[in-house]
Design a protein around this ligand. Structure first.
Ligand code: MTE
Length: 308
């Protein structure tokens, strides 16, 4: 007679199951080893990024606990505190981003390939949410243009679509039909190539916390925050204006362009002012979120009340 502890796994478990468990354990170990060896992590959750002096602000950065504790990430819940509580289930390794469509060299990038494409910079940007609050965040990343250049966009690539991960195993709120998943966003090609548009992998000198869109997201500082898709797995260069989740959900409320514009109210509230998280008083919202000098020319001749 054998005690329970003497039984080998093989005695009690069908072979196919223990084999698949072992394969799973092996994959998990390999994934952990790859993770530990990656440039992102060898600097121990810290990210070496040179502050870019062109993107300093006279405004105080929003404290880290607010940046990571008050989030919109509907895949992890619609309350602002839920992403911080629930996004621990997101597995950010191994992670790939497929870049394809109207390009000469479609390619699937591993997150570590992405990190090697260009030097990381720290840029302090205002983030203005469509809900009339804002933050000031020291992001870490590099211009999206450096990634797009790698795949050689074709002349007929007029728009870029961003697709976030949609995995029910990892994202508890995908079962709720708040939006049509996966979360999709888009930019016109010239917006995507604009040097302000940041492919973002960190904030406050650390790798991106899951609730802020780990391991890689877009940040477009002159547009409402919903344009800045989180945890992206695909970037597609396309000819026609792509469908975007918020525009599909409520086209009268969320336009494709979504440039921060105090002169065009949301149908249900004013966009003239905003509350900086942590402040008591509201402040005026700036056209293009304060980046008009750099980007207003992209929209010369366009009626921004119609193309909101
Ligand atoms: N990306 C995905 N995949 N899902 C989301 O719900 N919310 C957007 C944007 N990106 C969202 C997303 C909105 S509305 C805002 S304001 C910003 O993320 C918030 O980014 P932050 O939480 O890092 O401040």
């Amino acid at each position: 007679m054998r005690y329970r502890n003497d039984l080998s796994e093989n005695d009690v478990t069908p072979e196919w199951l223990w084999r698949s468990r072992r394969a799973f354990l092996r994959d998990a170990l390999l994934a952990t080893a790859a993770w530990a060896a990656s440039p992102l992590v060898t600097r121990a959750a810290g990210l070496a990024a040179a502050p870019n002096p062109a993107f300093r602000l006279a405004e105080e950065p929003t404290p880290l606990d607010k940046v990571t504790g008050y989030n919109n990430f509907y895949e992890f819940g619609t309350d602002k505190e839920e992403p911080a509580r629930q996004a621990g289930s997101l597995r950010t390794r191994l992670w790939t981003v497929t870049v394809d469509g109207e390009v000469n060299k479609p390619r699937t990038f591993d997150i570590d390939d992405i990190l090697r494409l260009a030097p990381l910079e720290e840029r302090i940007y205002r983030l203005r949410c469509v809900e009339a609050w804002s933050m000031v965040i020291p992001w870490v990343g590099f211009p999206l243009a450096a990634l797009l250049k790698q795949v050689e966009p074709r002349g007929n690539a007029r728009f870029v679509q961003f697709v976030s991960l949609a995995d029910r195993q990892q994202m508890p709120d995908l079962g709720r039909g708040v939006l049509d998943w996966p979360y999709r966003e888009g930019l016109r090609m010239d917006e995507a190539l604009h040097p302000l548009t940041l492919l973002t992998v960190g904030l406050y000198g650390q790798v991106l916390p899951n609730q802020n869109g780990a391991p890689v997201r877009i940040v477009v500082p002159w547009k409402y925050g919903f344009k800045s898709a989180k945890s992206i797995v695909a970037i597609r260069l396309v000819e026609a204006m792509p469908a975007t989740s918020w525009n599909q959900a409520a086209p009268r409320e969320y336009g494709f362009y979504a440039n921060v514009n105090p002169a065009v109210d949301h149908p249900r509230w004013s966009q003239a002012r905003e509350r900086r998280i942590g402040d008591f008083f509201k402040r005026p919202t700036l056209p293009f979120n304060g980046y008009g000098e750099q980007v207003a020319s992209l929209y010369a001749g366009m009626d921004l009340a119609r193309h909101f």
